[in-house]
Design a protein around this ligand. Structure first.
Ligand SMILES: Cc1cc2nc3c(=O)[nH]c(=O)nc-3n(C[C@H](O)[C@H](O)[C@H](O)COP(=O)(O)O)c2cc1C
Length: 334
């Protein structure tokens, strides 16, 4: 089956098409350091056969955390723990990507002054952010650059830039959260400038495979829709190697979710000539195969399914007459 065949991002071959979706575990120390939990949790999915593990949103600034217990990469002191995490996943047989992130106005970490493109709170449950000055913008772009440098040093195979779910980059992209009237706002080209400068900064330190995660649809009348995202992706000119297609999170609105609800967006982005990772509420190998077969995606991300069943890939391999993919120490279990 296609799901168990390799795919390539840039020059990196990933042994199958199952990608662990980035998922905050909220168990890092208040300084953002890796804990023993991470050194078991992530390699467990690797031993379970996942081709690529993308670890949780990792903050490039302490005020860029979602919570006080996010992983961090804002300081050289984080490198040692991240290096151990990388080694632990490598020895489990998987490749590992880091998701570089900044929460902007969705930061709920304690004792932080929060920032965003405009001084508009996400909801009543969040602080009202300070509007970023041009100097703040430079500082944050530099933090992404330093994050990439540290990720390289720690040995990651892939970097993913978190441009989705209403976090800082998405806040710049969306007219709902960006009401600036300088070169970073006012029209779509200006709203993309921050992302474009972040990519450039990351690229100045990293020439390995680079993924961008986007919210392809914001589910709000005056927000970005899939057509806007298509224009955005066209404007990237392949500065990134793959797009991880997600949706929502910019404003607190309800929308319909069902297995594969984001796949139509993924398919339209894939048609632009990008390697695409897609998913959302996918729980079976049959669904995965359907979206690979119909050309919606190159690989499937699984989030909650892998929390429920870290051995999903091994179960799938055994069920589909590919017991050869089960690692030797586990053979007698399958
Ligand atoms: C516990 C949890 C934490 C998450 N944290 C992140 C994150 O750090 N970064 C991110 O881009 N998405 C995050 N997500 C979204 C997932 O990556 C994924 O897109 C979403 O769960 C839908 O996929 P699923 O239905 O297979 O779980 C999180 C989801 C869950 C359930």
């Amino acid at each position: 089956m296609k799901l168990l065949e390799p795919f390539i991002i840039k020059d990196l071959t990933i042994k199958n098409r199952i990608v662990m979706a980035p998922m905050c575990m909220y168990v890092a120390s208040t300084e953002g350091d890796v804990q023993p939990f991470h050194l078991v949790h992530y390699p467990t999915r690797g031993f379970g056969g996942v081709g690529l593990v993308i670890t949780e949103a990792t903050a490039v600034e302490s005020r860029g955390r979602i919570s006080s217990h996010d992983l961090g990469i804002w300081n050289d002191s984080h490198i040692e723990g991240l290096k151990k995490l990388v080694q632990s996943v490598h020895q489990s047989g998987a490749l590992i990507g880091i998701q570089l992130a900044h929460a902007g106005r969705k930061c709920k970490a304690e004792n932080e002054t929060i920032i965003a493109p405009s001084s508009l709170g996400f909801s009543q449950d969040y602080q009202t952010p300070k509007e970023m000055s041009l100097e703040d913008i430079k500082v944050v772009i530099n933090a992404f650059k330093n994050g990439a440098r540290r990720a390289k040093f720690a040995g990651y195979d892939i970097i993913e830039i978190h441009g989705a779910h209403g976090y800082l980059i998405n806040q710049f992209l969306s007219p709902l959260s960006n009401q600036r009237n300088d070169q970073y706002g006012g029209n779509a080209v200006n709203r993309r400038r921050f992302l474009s400068e972040v990519i450039e900064a990351v690229r100045s330190e990293w020439n390995g495979p680079l993924i961008l995660r986007l919210s392809a649809e914001e589910y709000a009348i005056n927000g970005n829709h899939i057509e806007d995202t298509i224009e955005l992706v066209k404007s990237l000119n392949h500065q990134v190697d793959a797009i991880n297609v997600s949706s929502g999170g910019v404003v607190p609105v309800k929308f319909d979710v069902y297995p594969g609800y984001q796949m139509e967006y993924a398919k339209r982005i894939k048609a632009l000539g990008y390697i695409v990772i897609g998913g959302g509420l996918i729980t079976t190998d049959v669904e995965c195969e359907k979206y690979l077969d119909n050309g919606s995606v190159d690989a499937i991300f699984l989030g909650r399914k892998l929390l429920n069943d870290p051995y999903f890939v091994l179960h799938t391999a055994a069920k589909n007459n590919r017991k050869d993919l089960v690692i030797q120490p586990y053979e007698r279990g399958f």
